[in-house]
Design a protein around this ligand. Structure first.
Ligand code: PMP
Length: 769
């Protein structure tokens, strides 16, 4: 006998109410029916009261003798609550007769409460296999709406132990002897074991409220399209986790579907649910187990009630075969695969070596290789910490894109919310992009008043090139010697970092930026010579482009006077000055939002990218009106994704967080502390030639010996790999490949400095004892 804590309604016999009794009770409600048809019920009696022509005139429900009137009051209150909050939900509402909402009917020495409902349109006991895809989504949506409508509903009777509610799945263990088939019993036991070990400990952390818990094909009426026209039977209501509702819907709607179709069905239902209520990660993680538990419960309770004679066996066990088929399938594929089927189907799960080999095969040889001798297989990240699939945390001192920190909640929420609401293009009027453009313009010199939205740094620089060539009529470009500005056809030639010298085309000339370590190229002679070389080939320059932190050239901080001279020479040659802020912008330097600000120059074009959306692809070009007008004379610009509402929402959130968290002064402080701490560690090691940087764009130059400065790229790579081993991620840059690039998310603070310093101390002691 199951535990005494079970709600007694499950133990008491059904009311001995005949159709004739039903007609008589109906009369007491004032309904003149001539016949009654039993609609089937687990523990109550439900009849359709019929007129002479067989048409239904009302539904009569006679409750189990163990049913408490307080519980019935709760049901009535819940229905009234739902009808108020979401009047569009077709919940069956009780008919209030003269004698009130319910009448007592006495039989076998017990009192049974009878309630009367209006007849709702639609068919009952529909075959769930006939539900089409749209109907499946609609069911999920309706379940979520019903739960949402009940969110604010409270009632003391909702704290109860109904074994149909998956939170009490383990109560059905005591029913298992009634499951006669050994294999079936074993399957149910395995599912309950899994529930006990995996779900039960986390259950109380899940979102919970009073819920219907039993929105099944038996408790809904549907139209010809399978859409719900009536929701009946609030008799299982409980305070439980949202998952309980979903488990019952999935269990019911997937009945009779097997293989891929079963999972496809489940996903469509869950999609429908998430249209209204997005699931939390924990809920998605446990959904499979909850669904399987509900199927296990169905088998256990059916067998037990049949064995106890509480219900007709055929009715009690009508879903046993399909539930067992579901369990069989789940136990065959395993819980991880079930989770993948429901939530994360494309994680490409594999060992690091296996995945690296697959990557190599499918992405091919031209794609940049994985970083580190032991590649990092990443699982998640938050702030400045990246976690690998083995659960190890690494301090991210490398990635500049997650500028306000990995997974910043403001940005993540902005993206998710906007993606749910609207995501289209700039051909439709929407305030977000206009406001973002205005915001960006406000941060720039007044002449830069026109904004184009694109999707990557490459695209921004590509467009800058088009603007520059169009507005100047010239065809030459200047960039620094080892610059990187993009992947596109126009920007690859100005990206010598990834281009062999001999492939730098004739329209591009390069100048060497100052090397403050070796004290070379400290004046504008390099730039003047580059312009001369271009002129000698008969090519006039359209633009000179500079990454304000010279990241690819090894991270340098050229003096403002020198940059001003570069700009002057560029303009004198008829070209525009492009400030590439894809690396240096959005607060990287700490002194200002844009890295060119410290040179006190006024660029003709500014390009933004990487950190702009904290990892979401969004980029921009900002220029003068006359430059845009030159373009407008020839063509119009449209980028499908450029300025879409989701990207724009991400970009706004980044700017908001930069301001709210006062990131810029923190960058200055963290950068100074980092350079000081690294300098101190490096002092005892001659292989560290130079420590330099601005804000959180920093370089540690590795050389054979500080006194003569010959680059040591192999050693730099080793140090980088050993730092990864000790839990700190940095990169490599510079023409000779010997510069450690320490360029963390701007969420990096002085608190993280000792972590870098300690790892570096350990590694330098290893490689340079
Ligand atoms: N400009 C600079 C200075 C960059 O660092 C980069 C990317 N490393 C780009 C442009 C190109 O940006 P994306 O990769 O988004 O196309």
């Amino acid at each position: 006998m199951p535990g005494a804590s079970l709600d007694p309604v499950l133990l008491a016999p059904r009311p001995p109410c005949t159709p004739e009794d039903a007609v008589a009770i109906g009369r007491r409600f004032g309904v003149r029916a001539v016949a009654a048809r039993d609609l089937g019920s687990e523990r109550d009696r439900t009849f359709l009261l019929q007129a002479g022509d067989g048409a239904g005139v009302a539904v009569l429900k006679v409750s189990n003798p163990a049913e408490s009137p307080d519980t019935l009051d709760m049901e009535a209150a819940a229905v009234a609550h739902v009808a108020t909050i979401d009047p569009g939900l077709p919940v069956a509402r009780p008919v209030v007769a003269e004698g009130g909402e319910r009448l007592a009917w006495h039989a076998d020495g017990s009192t049974h409460w009878a309630r009367l409902y209006q007849v709702l349109p639609g068919h009952g006991r529909h075959d769930p296999r006939l539900l089409g895809d749209a109907a499946l989504g609609h069911w999920g949506t309706t379940a979520a709406r019903l739960a949402r409508a009940l969110r604010g509903f409270v009632h003391p009777r909702a704290i109860r132990t109904m074994p149909w509610d998956v939170q009490h799945a383990l109560h059905t263990r005591s029913m298992l002897p009634a499951v006669r088939d050994e294999l079936a019993r074993g399957a149910v036991e395995r599912v309950l074991d899994r529930f006990e070990h995996v779900v039960a400990p986390r259950w109380r952390t899940l979102r919970a409220q009073v819920l219907h818990t039993d929105l099944t094909i038996d408790n809904a009426l549907v139209d010809d399209h399978g859409r719900i026209t009536g929701i009946v039977d609030f008799g299982d209501m409980s305070h439980t986790a949202l998952l309980a509702d979903l488990a019952s819907v999935l269990d019911s709607l997937c009945t009779g579907r097997l293989g891929d179709e079963m999972f496809r069905t489940a996903r469509l239902v869950v999609d429908g649910y998430q249209r209204v209520t997005p699931l939390e990660q924990d809920e998605l993680d446990l959904l499979g187990e909850a669904w399987a538990a509900r199927a296990a419960i169905t088998v256990a309770i059916g067998a037990w009630r049949a064995a106890e004679g509480l219900e007709d066996q055929a009715f009690a066990e009508r879903y046993t075969a399909s539930s067992l088929a579901m369990l069989d399938q789940v136990l065959t594929i395993g819980w991880d695969e079930l989770r993948r089927q429901l939530a994360t189907p494309h994680d490409g799960a594999d060992s690091t070596a296996g995945l690296a080999a697959r990557r190599e095969r499918v992405l091919g040889p031209a794609v940049e290789a994985l970083t580190y001798d032991e590649p990092l297989q990443v699982a998640s990240a938050a702030g400045v910490w990246i976690t690998d699939v083995g659960g190890r945390r690494y301090l991210d001192a490398y990635n500049n894109v997650p500028c306000v920190g990995h997974g910043h909640p403001r940005v993540a929420e902005a993206i998710a919310r906007q993606a749910r609401m609207l995501n289209t293009n700039l051909r439709y009027l929407h305030g977000g992009a206009v406001e973002l453009a205005e915001r960006l313009v406000e941060t720039l010199p007044p002449s830069l008043d026109t904004v184009f939205f694109v999707n990557s740094g490459s695209e921004a620089n590509d467009l800058a090139w088009r603007l520059a060539t169009t507005s100047t009529g010239n065809a030459g470009a200047l960039c620094t010697h080892h610059a990187y500005h993009g992947i596109s056809h126009a920007t690859a030639p100005i990206s010598p970092e990834v281009l062999p010298d001999e492939l730098v085309p004739a329209h591009v000339e390069r100048w060497r930026p100052p090397d403050t370590y070796r004290e070379e190229h400290l004046d504008a002679a390099e730039m003047a010579a580059a312009l001369d070389r271009l002129a000698a080939r008969g090519i006039a320059p359209a633009m000179a482009i500079l990454d304000g932190v010279l990241q690819s050239d090894g991270v340098h901080d050229p003096p403002a006077a020198l940059v001003q001279e570069w700009v002057r020479l560029t303009r004198a040659a008829g070209a525009l000055w492009v400030a590439d802020e894809v690396q240096g912008g959005h607060g990287r330097t700490g002194e200002a939002l844009w890295s060119f600000a410290r040179f006190r120059i006024e660029p003709d074009i500014v390009t933004l990218g990487k950190p702009m959306g904290n990892g979401h692809p969004v980029a921009a070009v900002i220029t003068r009106r006359d430059v845009a007008e030159a373009m407008a004379a020839h063509t119009v610009l449209f980028s499908t994704f450029g300025g879409n509402q989701v990207s724009v929402a991400a970009a706004h959130a980044v700017l908001d967080v930069l301001a709210d968290e006062r990131v810029l002064p923190r960058v200055v402080e963290a950068g100074e502390a980092l350079r000081a701490a690294v300098g101190e560690v490096a002092a005892g090691h001659r292989v560290v030639g130079h420590v330099r940087g601005v804000g959180l764009a920093n370089a540690i130059e590795i050389v054979e010996d500080r006194r003569w400065g010959a680059p040591a790229p192999e050693l730099a790579r080793r140090i980088r790999d050993r730092l990864r081993h000790h839990g700190v991620l940095v990169g490599i840059t510079g023409r000779a490949g010997n510069v450690l690039k320490v360029r963390p998310p701007l969420a990096f603070t002085t608190e993280h400095v000792p972590v870098v310093a300690q790892a570096l101390r350990t590694v330098l002691a290893e490689v340079d004892p």
